[in-house]
Design a protein around this ligand. Structure first.
Ligand SMILES: Nc1ncnc2c1ncn2[C@@H]1O[C@H](COP(=O)(O)OP(=O)(O)OP(=O)(O)O)[C@@H](O)[C@H]1O
Ligand SMILES: [Mg+2]
Length: 585
């Protein structure tokens, strides 16, 4: 069984293919969306999902959310996003983003791993068997670093990633399945506007083949940016009332939660009242905020965000070599696509009504489950042809970026380049690999300096090293090299840079496994305690009878009462449950 997981900035959804149909697996709390929120207690215990989400307003500086906004990013590239969260984001020694809580630093991958582990647990509970493999979706615009970091997160959570799938592509697969093969040929525009990211893809469907023609997006544009905008307005309103709450983290979080709630209500209502009692002030003179936000006010504030997404849609069309009239269907994904102004703008951009038959919350996960099923050999296979969302290239003289594999190239893609040495007997060559759109190295994302070593000695320029750059179907970059001089082909060793060191990864995996065991035994303890407690009435009744079993029943009832009062080891509880079951019989 391979899980399909939509690891979201705000919510995570897991689905599987069951009886030929993709279905969402309920969370351990019985819901479909798992908030991607985690708290790590000093004791090593962790809370994930709804429980952690409720903590956010009480302990905003210790509750980790939106990890996806930071995963696989260098700190210096992420500074504009620091205001999205109230916990401390620091630069780690290797230049990555780290989350600082109670004197410990957590990596974004570790937080995502905690979410994925919870997902795995709910899937295992649902299926009644261990699960070790998954298809995980990422925004189409994620670069190689961010894809690798997401894969790292899954590995820490005990999941092997069989494929990293682009979110809009997954949504297209789910849409296609919902039409049950009724569509022979059509062109889709998939507009995915979630909590933290935005993507649009143009997908051509012909028979069983779905081919992504172009994709565009923004990894730092989502519903949380809208919330932040409304929060800023509320903060200004509070200031107009003569109070400055900018430094009050709890008040800020209450404002942000109120902002999100108002935004969601405004998708169905024309105006909402925001009322936040006792937001600040003193016990003698408490301050309460009361304001009205109308849909028109919201639309005016979010217009620049919507415009950015529409701009991306136009560019995707252009890159696909199409015009709006070529689009047959517009598929929506992501919670932010529920905003009426967004729907109207997208409809206007493509000149047609958007499709509202699918639930934008789970299409991505359902598509991931369908693809997982296809990879496992179940279900009708759709041949999926996806493309690179960013150009891949290397640094050349003068800080310039030379493209090797252009954007929107069909995956898997490969390009071989001949490299030589610049001095006599040079034993290593460094290749700076980057992804991005700009002709300038400085504006693109550095994937790192790949170091080739073991080059045969010789005069400068004599070495002939064939370096192959490949992007696999998951959008992950691999670099390999061979020394082809004198006819003999010899692999050149490559040291690829990685975000997590091996010891860090091992430590995180160990912590995750321990937390898994703790969570398991806590669940078992809760079940056993409930079971023992439920036996008491029957035992008490038996003890009151004057036959030969009464004495044993009385002992059993007493032992259960003692056990419930004390904190017995799990094994003792198990033994007691087994023994008392026999007595009850
Ligand atoms: N009815 C609604 N109207 C407006 N916004 C909504 C509505 N419902 C949910 N949202 C917003 O949608 C966002 C969450 O969407 P979703 O769960 O699709 O995101 P995600 O998958 O976690 O994020 P991403 O795909 O960007 O990583 C939140 O910002 C939420 O406030
Ligand atoms: Mg999403």
């Amino acid at each position: 069984m391979i899980l399909g997981i939509d690891l979201g900035t705000t919510n995570t959804v897991c689905a599987i293919l069951e009886g030929g149909e993709a279905r969402v697996i309920p969370t351990l709390d019985g819901r479909t969306l798992l908030p991607s929120v985690v708290t790590f207690a000093r004791t090593g215990e962790r809370n994930v999902g709804d429980v952690a989400r409720r903590q956010l307003v009480v302990h905003p500086e210790r509750t980790l959310h939106s990890a996806k906004r930071f995963i696989g990013r260098r700190y210096k590239d992420a500074t504009a996003d620091l205001g999205l969260v109230q916990y401390e984001v620091v630069e780690t020694r290797s230049g990555e983003c780290g989350f600082r809580v109670d004197g410990r630093t957590f990596s974004p991958a570790e937080v995502s791993a905690a979410v994925l582990q919870r997902v795995r647990q709910s899937a295992e509970q649902h299926l009644g068997m261990p699960v070790t493999r998954a298809v995980i979706t990422v925004p189409a615009h994620f670069d190689d670093r961010r894809r690798q970091a997401t894969r790292d997160a899954a590995n820490i959570a005990g999941l092997e990633v069989v494929r990293v799938l682009n979110e809009p592509t997954a949504a297209a697969l789910a849409w296609l399945r919902s039409r049950k093969g009724a569509m022979k040929a059509c062109t889709l525009a998939v507009y995915d506007f979630g909590g933290g990211t935005f993507d649009v893809s143009i997908v051509r469907v012909e028979g069983d083949v779905a081919e992504v023609r172009a994709t565009h997006g923004d990894n730092a544009l989502g519903g949380s940016d809208i919330d932040r905008e409304i929060e800023a307005w509320l903060l200004a309103e509070v200031r107009a009332d003569g109070l400055d709450l900018a430094e009050d983290k709890v008040a800020r979080q209450r404002l942000r939660d109120a902002a999100e709630a108002a935004k969601i209500d405004l998708s169905t209502m024309a105006s909402v009242d925001i009322h936040l009692p006792f937001l600040g002030g003193t016990p003698e003179r408490p301050y309460s905020l009361v304001r009205t936000l109308t849909r028109a006010m919201l639309e005016a504030r979010i217009a620049p965000f919507v415009a950015r997404t529409i701009d991306a849609c136009r560019r995707a069309l252009q890159e696909a070599g199409m015009v709006a009239a070529d689009i047959d269907e517009v598929v929506l994904a992501g919670g932010s696509s529920r905003i009426p102004a967004v729907r109207a703008a997208v409809g206007a951009c493509f000149g047609r009504k958007v499709d509202l038959t699918l639930n934008p919350d789970d299409v991505v996960a359902l598509g991931a489950a369908l693809h997982a099923g296809a990879l496992a050999g179940d279900g009708a296979p759709v041949t999926l042809l996806d493309v690179t969302s960013l150009a891949l290239g290397v640094e050349v003289a003068g800080g310039r970026f030379a493209t090797l594999i252009p954007k929107n190239t069909l995956l898997p893609a490969q390009r071989t380049q001949m490299v030589t040495t610049a001095s006599d007997n040079q034993a290593t060559v460094r290749i700076h690999v980057l992804q991005g759109e700009s002709p300038r190295v400085a504006d693109n994302t550095s994937l790192g300096q790949f170091e080739l070593s073991g080059i045969a000695a010789g005069e400068k320029g004599a070495a002939r090293i064939e370096v192959t750059f490949a992007v696999d179907t998951s959008g992950i970059v691999n670099v390999s090299a061979v020394d082809t001089r004198s006819g003999a082909r010899r692999a050149v060793a490559i040291k690829a840079p990685t975000a997590l060191r091996d010891d860090e990864r091992a430590r995180m995996t160990r912590d995750a496994t321990e937390a898994d065991a703790t969570a398991r035994s806590r669940r078992e303890r809760t079940t056993l305690v409930a079971e023992l407690r439920s036996r008491l009435p029957a035992l008490d009744t038996a003890a009151a009878r004057a036959d030969f079993d009464a004495a044993e029943a009385e002992v059993a009832a007493q032992r259960i009462r003692d056990a419930l009062a004390a904190d017995l080891p799990l094994q003792d509880l198990r033994d007691l449950a087994e023994w008392s079951a026999q007595v009850t019989r």
